[in-house]
Ligand binder design. Sequence first.
Ligand SMILES: NC(=O)c1ccc[n+]([C@@H]2O[C@H](COP(=O)([O-])OP(=O)(O)OC[C@H]3O[C@@H](n4cnc5c(N)ncnc54)[C@H](O)[C@@H]3O)[C@@H](O)[C@H]2O)c1
Length: 360
Amino acid sequence: MHQLEVPLKNNKYTILIKQELSNRFDSMLENIEHYSKIFIVTQQSIIDSVSCNALSKYPTIVIPEGEDSKSISAVESVVSQLMDLGCNRDSLLVGFGGGTVTDFTGFVASIFMRGIDHVFIPTTLLGMVDSSIGGKTGVNNNGARNVIGTFKQPKAIYIDPLFLKTLSKKDIISGFAEIIKYGLIADKKFYNTVKSNFIKLIRLENIDQIESIIYQCCKHKINFFIDDEFDYNKRMILNFGHTIGHAIESYYNYKNISHGEAVYYGMIASAFISHKHGLLIESDFNHIHDFIFNISKVGLNNLDSEKVYKYIKYDKKRMGNKNYFILLNDIGKADIVENVTSDDIKEAITFIANYEYSCN
Ligand SMILES: NC(=O)c1ccc[n+]([C@@H]2O[C@H](COP(=O)([O-])OP(=O)(O)OC[C@H]3O[C@@H](n4cnc5c(N)ncnc54)[C@H](O)[C@@H]3O)[C@@H](O)[C@H]2O)c1
């Protein structure tokens, strides 16, 4: 079992990672505090795929699949269902699913009766290594991701890596985008291990190794937000590859391309700018783009660079007149810079749009 404490001043909580932990989820949820009722928010494909006593024990609210479920109208519908089911301020909400479910559930928990407690049980790789951790919640509006959102930390996060056995290969590969990101921004040794074992890892051949990778990613994520919970400084580094990645997802209207697939392209584009700015040496840039371009993922299909660029103006890292961008100084080291121009970004998008990738 791996256990991590998130030592936030006003909100300490625990992350537990262990195979077969799901057998004990009900007793774990009931032992956090004495809640009057426990409610689960999840999706039908999760109910159909994973077996877990908590799913049948507590009232369950099912939200639709896909990014479209992260909407204000879905929030209104879930709030109405919670009221009908007798949810009150002493109740606990459990987000049981991938990043879509946990972003959505965290948001509902932060506004229902001015805020109730919540716990996350992530079931996707991306959820286990990234989206369930750190307290960012959100829903989308008008094609812009997470523009309606809050910061609210869960009471606990419970991770059973065996849930990954039923996840699609596309979603496993999507989760690895965030894993590779931690290596690129913070841990060269970790990056090299993931790169050298990549084929075995995405086949989930060794779940012990996957469990250890999840643990290391959670540690990295905590390290980035523990002193910057509200994302004004160091936490922004976690957005490496996401400015352009988010724009690509918006360009495709969140259809066909997964979050991680878009982030892969965003990371290559950001490495391209890092090299252009003289921060990342050519051989490192070549290693990064050879590795990431060859990871099996959806192609970009004649991406229109100008249109993608237009979506960047919504990026939340624009504060005042400053346009913050995350660049690599080295593999395993990143920084926040302010002098990335619109031409740099357009050139980088054109680079990824035109690169001959192999799709296997
Ligand atoms: N809050 C954050 O810090 C943060 C960080 C990164 C990403 N995100 C958000 O995460 C979302 C993407 O999350 P995701 O990649 O986990 O996708 P997802 O939640 O949409 O899940 C992908 C699909 O897998 C299914 N699924 C989930 N677990 C399964 C399992 N164990 N077996 C079989 N099927 C399963 C889901 O029902 C869904 O259809 C985006 O909305 C993104 O904005 C949030």
